[in-house]
Ligand binder design. Structure first.
Ligand code: TXA
Ligand code: MG
Length: 327
């Protein structure tokens, strides 16, 4: 597959304007995009993905004006974080404007917004207006970090895929809930999904912020695909195994067999790079290649020392992609 040219770009604009969906590259993963102004296109996103309507979509913008056009409030802390991290892998959840189609937000009073860092897509959004886009994979399945992954997810759907090359980050954005504190009270950030902006990045940036901020983990009642236990799953079972010993030793395979109900004939080990940025970039491509390699299970070794930074997001995705864990 070759990188998309001007013709594809114009075609993409025309399709979006006509109420159709287009797959777009971002620095995190590919998205399946609809103009937020088209109810039909937004419905088509849910239908193509087989995504339940209770899972809200992220609105992708190019710049502050578009962001403020969908958010009903733009608190100083959101403004600050957007200035530091946009364009980039950070999604801010803020009160929505009434005009934003409730299908996009699953009826929630809030809307998730981010400005992706990808030249082609930034140009597209600047021209087409804000785009609602989930990751361009079937619901619950491994996210796509290359154009060919998207093509494999939606064969025969006539989907236009803008090819922007392999995704630079390779993992989804960090999703933050922002609550501005009332006078004197600390502002609150809730990490709803760990991702391409690390907690260390957030802490570092907040050292230059004038007010007190607390950072908490957790979803507090918000249900979304990023929070569901089984998500990001490859076509064959992925099994997390403990750190010690050979991950595909006969003993381990017997244990896996007991859990699976059938001993895997070929278990392929997914070996992650030591450098978490590289491990993140390669994760979904590796998972997909192994799932298509003829193996009947993927085994990933958990490494206790791998935490913090990008590892938080990698470990989160592995845990959700896994069918089960054995020691
Ligand atoms: O990097 C990304 O974020 C990619 C690229 C395409 O931008 N998009 C992505 O979208 O991962 P999706 O739909 O796969 O995940 C969206 C996440 C879900 O965890 C969802 O629950 C959360 O964002 N979300 C969306 N709207 C929300 C809202 N109003 N409140 C809380 N969470 C929300
Ligand atoms: Mg997704």
């Amino acid at each position: 597959m070759s990188l998309s040219d001007d013709d594809d770009f114009e075609k993409a604009l025309a399709r979006l304007a006509g109420g159709d969906v287009v797959a777009i590259p971002t620095e995190t993963v590919y998205g399946l995009a609809a103009s937020i102004a088209s109810d039909a296109a937004v419905r088509k996103v849910f239908a193509l993905k087989k995504r339940p309507f209770f899972d809200p979509l992220i609105v992708h913008v190019a710049g502050f004006n578009q962001a403020r056009g969908v958010a009903a409030e733009w608190p100083p802390l959101a403004d600050y974080l957007a200035r530091v991290f946009w364009p980039g892998p950070l999604t801010l959840v803020l009160p929505k404007r009434n005009e934003v189609n409730p299908l996009i937000t699953s009826g929630l009073p809030t809307v998730a917004i981010r400005h992706p860092r990808h030249e082609l897509t930034e140009r597209l959004i600047a021209a087409a207006g804000p785009l609602a886009a989930p990751s361009a994979n079937r619901f619950g399945h491994t996210s796509p970090s290359r154009a060919e992954h998207v093509a494999a997810e939606f064969p025969g759907d006539g989907l236009l895929i803008l090819d922007g090359g392999p995704c630079e980050v390779g993992l989804e954005s960090t999703v933050l809930g922002i609550e501005a504190g009332a006078d004197g009270a600390a502002d609150k950030i809730r990490v709803l999904r760990p991702g391409g902006t690390t907690e260390a990045d957030l802490h570092e940036s907040l050292r230059k912020w004038s007010r007190a901020v607390s950072i908490e983990k957790g979803t507090e009642g918000i249900q979304g695909p990023g929070q569901l236990k089984h998500h990001y799953m490859p076509d064959i079972p992925l099994i997390l195994v403990g750190e010690n010993g050979d991950p595909v030793s006969p003993d381990r395979l017997r244990r896996i067999g007991r859990e699976l109900g059938a001993e895997p004939k070929r278990a392929a080990e997914l070996v992650l790079d030591e450098d978490p940025a590289i491990a993140a970039r390669e994760l979904y491509d590796r998972m997909r290649r192994l799932a298509g390699s003829g193996a009947d299970a993927i085994v990933v070794r958990k490494v206790a020392s791998r935490g913090g930074g990008f590892w938080d997001a990698i470990n989160d995705r592995l845990a959700r992609a896994a069918s089960f864990e054995i020691p």
